[in-house]
Ligand binder design. Structure first.
Ligand SMILES: Nc1nc2c(ncn2[C@@H]2O[C@H](COP(=O)(O)OP(=O)(O)O)[C@@H](O)[C@H]2O)c(=O)[nH]1
Ligand SMILES: [Mg+2]
Length: 350
């Protein structure tokens, strides 16, 4: 048994890149993947051991989005409920570039014609601007449940594990076969992806740690600005931004309540600790430490598939905050000040 996955969306949305990312087309020998160009239908099919990825790159210049929808409908939509095993489309990945500010009516139309087999994949996450992204997600959530929205970066290889996890779940649900056959398919799938997933996990982990250091560095810089003590706004905003980025690294489009819950694990630490400190250098370290701790808690939360409870999260926060004491934030802050901001990303903090 093989899964058929239709990958569609506007030109430039990242369809082909996504297929390449989940088939390792650019890293494995050609023999591992067969690409069948079905010229008559205008689709590229990427065939692997466990799935056929149908790249719906059929939109041609001059073709309107409505024409494209018609084209997909005509060729593919009837396969969503097809009786024949080879023809059935088990899953649709509808790609949207996450730097698109708003969902367009063409996207709405498109989502409407697809049934409940669709997953919305927000691509190019590492390039997104938070406000644009929030608007996009807000619009999308009116059309599709949050669990069906996955955030990926084809370049950084983040979110792919989450996407495949959700896809497998949906595929299993609509596979025509005995329990044994489906189990055997699942085993093949796990087998095929185990190595890739391990590599992605390492990348995701490194990316998340980088993001936490980035957040903590920014907090160290923010804390030095002589603000009225009551005004913790910029630190909170920075923290929220970091949590938001972390969520995306793990494939989630975080909403406000999750961000607020995770920010809450510090239990008012910013206010209390900063108030007690008059030394600028110490302030940097405190702000960075709290942000770092919150980052570590958030990371653990997303790693656990959002299952850790608040007490566990508070533990993670404390551990993180303690760990941050081994970093000389004041030195880093001075480096940021004296050199360029970008240089910070290159510093090895350990
Ligand atoms: N930064 C970034 N660029 C991407 C990502 N995915 C695709 N791209 C780029 O976006 C452009 C369009 O991607 P492509 O896969 O050809 O889109 P398609 O037309 O939907 O097949 C290419 O230049 C890709 O390198 C991503 O996740 N991050
Ligand atoms: Mg393409």
């Amino acid at each position: 048994m093989k899964a058929n996955i239709l990958v569609c969306g506007k030109i430039g949305a990242g369809k082909t890149s996504l297929i390449k990312a989940v088939t390792q087309l650019d890293t494995v020998p050609d023999s591992a993947i067969i690409v069948n160009r079905l010229k008559t239908d205008g689709f590229d099919i990427y065939e692997t051991d466990i799935a056929n990825f149908i790249d719906a790159d059929g939109m041609e210049s001059g073709q309107t989005i409505n024409d494209y929808i018609e084209f997909i409908k005509e060729k593919m939509i009837n396969r969503l409920n097809n009786a024949s095993v080879e023809n059935l489309i088990h899953n649709v990945w509808f790609c949207i570039d996450s730097s698109d500010e708003q969902i367009q009516s063409s996207d709405v139309n498109f989502l409407k014609v697809l049934d409940d087999k669709v997953l919305v994949v927000l691509t190019k996450y590492e390039k997104m601007q938070k406000n644009q992204f929030d608007n996009l997600v807000k619009d999308l959530e009116e059309l599709i449940s949050q669990e069906r929205i996955i955030v990926v970066s084809n370049v950084k290889k983040t979110g792919l594990e989450k996407l495949l996890d959700k896809a497998l779940h949906l595929i299993e649900q609509c596979m025509n076969g005995s329990k044994e056959e489906i189990q055997s398919f699942t085993n093949c799938w796990d087998n095929y992806y185990s190595k890739m997933i391990n590599r992605w996990k390492e990348k995701t982990n490194a990316e998340a740690d980088e993001c936490i250091k980035w957040g903590a560095c920014r907090a160290a810089t923010i804390a030095i600005v002589p603000l009225p003590l009551a005004d913790l706004g910029p630190l909170i905003v920075n923290e929220a931004y970091m949590i938001h980025k972390l969520a995306g690294i793990y494939g989630y489009a975080a909403d406000k309540s999750i961000i607020a819950m995770l920010g809450g694990v510090a239990g008012g630490s910013f206010a209390g600790k900063l108030l007690a400190s008059f030394l600028p250098g110490l302030k940097s370290a405190i702000a960075a430490g709290v942000t770092y701790g919150v980052g570590k808690a958030a990371k653990a939360y997303f790693e656990s598939d959002m299952s850790l409870d608040i007490n566990m999260l508070k533990e993670k926060f404390k551990l993180g905050e303690k760990e941050s004491k081994t970093t000389d934030w004041e030195k880093i802050r001075l480096l940021i000040k004296n050199y360029s901001k970008a240089a910070v990303e290159l510093i090895n903090f350990e």
